[in-house]
Write a protein that binds this ligand. Sequence first.
Ligand SMILES: NC(=O)C1=CN([C@@H]2O[C@H](COP(=O)(O)OP(=O)(O)OC[C@H]3O[C@@H](n4cnc5c(N)ncnc54)[C@H](OP(=O)(O)O)[C@@H]3O)[C@@H](O)[C@H]2O)C=CC1
Ligand SMILES: O=C([O-])CC(=O)C(=O)O
Length: 265
Amino acid sequence: MLRIGMLGFGAIGKRVAEAVAAGQLEGTELTAALVRTPRTAAAERPDITHDPDWFFRYRLDVVVEGAGHQAVRDHAVRALDGGADLYVTSIGAFTDTALLERVVAAARANGCRVHLPSAGIGGLDMLASLAEGGLDEATITVRKDPASWKGTAAEALVDLDTLTQPHTVFDGPVREGARLYPQNVNISAATALAGIGLDRTRLVIIADPAITTHVCEISAKGRLGSMRFVEDLVPSPENRKTSTLVGHAIVKTLRNRTATLVIGG
Ligand SMILES: NC(=O)C1=CN([C@@H]2O[C@H](COP(=O)(O)OP(=O)(O)OC[C@H]3O[C@@H](n4cnc5c(N)ncnc54)[C@H](OP(=O)(O)O)[C@@H]3O)[C@@H](O)[C@H]2O)C=CC1
Ligand SMILES: O=C([O-])CC(=O)C(=O)O
């Protein structure tokens, strides 16, 4: 039985819980989930707690982070020190390269692995393959409806409520943009780490009043050829900044861990 601990129990965490409860992740148990806000006690699985010491007293095979950059900073190394493999979705936290190095060192010291799943972005397999031959350029464009940028740095740049035209709120290196928009563009950090890195990958972020979805595009060019990938995803009713697909993608990733036949990856 694979024992999973979830950091975060929002749009992503709840989808994992639903999949386990529905028997869609054979041979797995969602043992515990760590959140920020205290919950009323319930003797059920997962055991949902806001107390990191309580969460980490469980012996976990896998810790899946779907909680945010601070949770990566606070708990990633502890998860690995406890002997669990770690899956991180808040990949933008690794714009801090020293943090990534500490996390990888902890994994190595404990004989564990760190996974950065594709989660909300496609095309990483192709991008990483192209990068093997050397990439000249890579760009990711993240376009979301204005409501998805509420509560972010975009609010200081533009009135999201009265926007009538697409507005570029960031155009620059991923290292800067993924730090400025921690809840919306983790996929850009995944793209950068799969390709030509956080400083050389260009990130364009657009608030677009003409759409109601998340339209994200990767384009890249190198010695082996070029690629273009576009996705158009439905926002989660639980958290508009996150595409509904993300939780499903994490379920697919966890299923691949125990499956006999693994497709893609
Ligand atoms: N790589 C990718 O493709 C994507 C990555 N993400 C990342 O995943 C994160 C979670 O997304 P989503 O599920 O939509 O978010 P939600 O806001 O729906 O849920 C976040 C959950 O994490 C908990 N939480 C927040 N901070 C902490 C912390 N410091 N320690 C422990 N728990 C914490 C919250 O607790 P409480 O319920 O008490 O508030 C909540 O349960 C995003 O912030 C983003 O960083 C998101 C989408 C795509
Ligand atoms: O689900 C998405 O739209 C992507 C996302 O929020 C992120 O990368 O943080």
